[in-house]
Design a protein around this ligand. Structure first.
Ligand code: IPD
Ligand code: CA
Ligand code: CA
Length: 272
C-alpha cells in the first residue's frame, strides 16, 4: 500500500477499519462511569472521546504517516499538512454518550484539496457502518442506500439539534416554528453525523443544525450527496465545509424547496 495514496477506495477502507476499532471500544465502555470535563459553554469531553480519537489517529498514522489531521479533540502531536486531510469526530453526540443515551457515532472523513472523497459514520450500538466514496453510492453495511422519496411536507420527518450559542438556538426555534404545523413530525437526535446518515438512508427526510463544525459534518456531507440528497444554507446556496459557519439544512433534495419556504406549501394545515 502506498504511504501517500489519495485513492478514495483505499481511504474509505482505512476509515471503516478505524471507525470500527473506535466503535468497538466505545461499545465496551459506554455504560461505564466516565471522566467528564467541560471544554467550553455547553461543551463536554469525556476520557472516552480522547481514547477513541487516539485509536483512530494511531491506526491512520500507522498506514499513512504523511497525512494531515483535523480533529475535534486537541492533539498537537498530529501533522496538520499533507496530501490527504483526515477530519475526525471520535464521538459525535458526546452529551448523549456522557449520560448513556444510546445515540452517538464515530465520524471519519478523508479530504483531498478541500474536497471530501471518502467518509464513514459508524453507529457502534447498532453496528451500522454508513460509507461513501467519491462517485460511488452511499452504503449501509455494504448495501446501497438512497434518500427518501418523500415530496410533501405533511409526510416529512425532520430532525434537528440544538447548537450551543443563543443566537443559533433562536434560529432553530424560528425554523421549527415555521415547520411544526406543516410536517409529519419532528425529532431531536443529538448526533449531527448520525442524523445526516439517517437522511442518507431515508429514515429521516430532513435535518437542520444552525452551527456545525467540519468534524461534525464532513463524512455526513458525502453520505448525503452520494445518496441523492442536498445540503444548503437557509438562503438555498450550497453548504460547504470550508465556508464560514452557516446554518445547514439537509434533505432528500425533493423536499428541499418546501423546507426552505414552508409558507409555499399548498396544503391547508388547520390547527386543531
Ligand atoms: C455535537 C453534536 C450535536 C450538535 C452539536 C455538535 P459533539 O457534537 O453533533 O448533535 O448539535 O452542534 O457539536 O460535541 O457531540 O461531538
Ligand atoms: Ca460533533
Ligand atoms: Ca465529538
Amino acid at each position: 500500500m502506498s504511504l501517500t495514496t489519495d485513492d478514495p477506495n483505499v481511504l474509505l477502507e482505512t476509515a471503516q477499519v478505524a471507525a470500527a476499532a473506535a466503535g468497538n471500544y466505545l461499545r465496551d465502555v459506554w455504560q461505564k462511569p466516565r471522566h467528564i470535563q467541560s471544554k467550553g459553554w455547553r461543551d463536554l469531553v469525556t476520557d472516552a472521546d480522547v481514547e477513541a480519537q487516539h485509536i483512530i489517529t494511531e491506526l491512520i498514522r500507522g498506514r499513512f504517516p504523511h497525512h494531515a489531521f483535523l480533529v475535534e479533540e486537541d492533539d498537537p502531536t498530529l501533522p496538520t499538512a499533507g496530501l490527504v486531510q483526515w477530519i475526525i469526530d471520535p464521538v459525535d453526540g458526546t452529551s448523549n454518550f456522557s449520560r448513556q443515551v444510546p445515540i452517538f457515532s464515530v465520524s471519519i472523513a478523508a479530504a483531498v484539496a478541500g474536497q471530501v472523497v471518502a467518509g464513514v459514520v459508524y453507529d457502534p450500538l447498532r453496528d451500522e457502518m454508513f460509507s461513501a466514496a467519491a462517485n460511488q453510492p452511499t452504503t449501509l453495511n455494504n448495501q446501497p442506500v438512497q434518500v427518501s422519496p418523500v415530496s410533501e411536507l405533511i409526510q416529512v420527518i425532520i430532525a434537528f439539534d440544538w447548537s450551543r450559542a443563543p443566537t443559533d438556538r433562536q434560529l432553530t426555534l424560528e425554523l421549527l416554528t415555521r415547520l411544526a404545523h406543516r410536517v409529519h413530525t419532528i425529532r431531536a437526535v443529538g448526533s449531527a453525523a448520525l442524523a445526516m446518515a439517517w437522511v442518507a438512508c431515508g429514515r429521516l427526510d430532513a435535518y437542520f443544525n444552525a452551527m456545525l463544525k467540519p468534524w461534525d459534518a464532513a463524512a455526513g456531507l458525502l453520505l448525503v450527496q452520494q445518496s441523492g440528497g442536498q445540503l444548503t444554507n437557509l438562503d438555498g446556496t450550497p453548504w460547504l465545509l470550508d465556508s464560514p459557519p452557516q446554518p445547514c439544512l439537509v434533505s432528500n433534495g425533493v423536499i428541499h424547496p418546501l423546507m426552505l419556504r414552508p409558507e409555499n406549501d399548498i396544503i391547508n394545515h388547520e390547527i386543531a
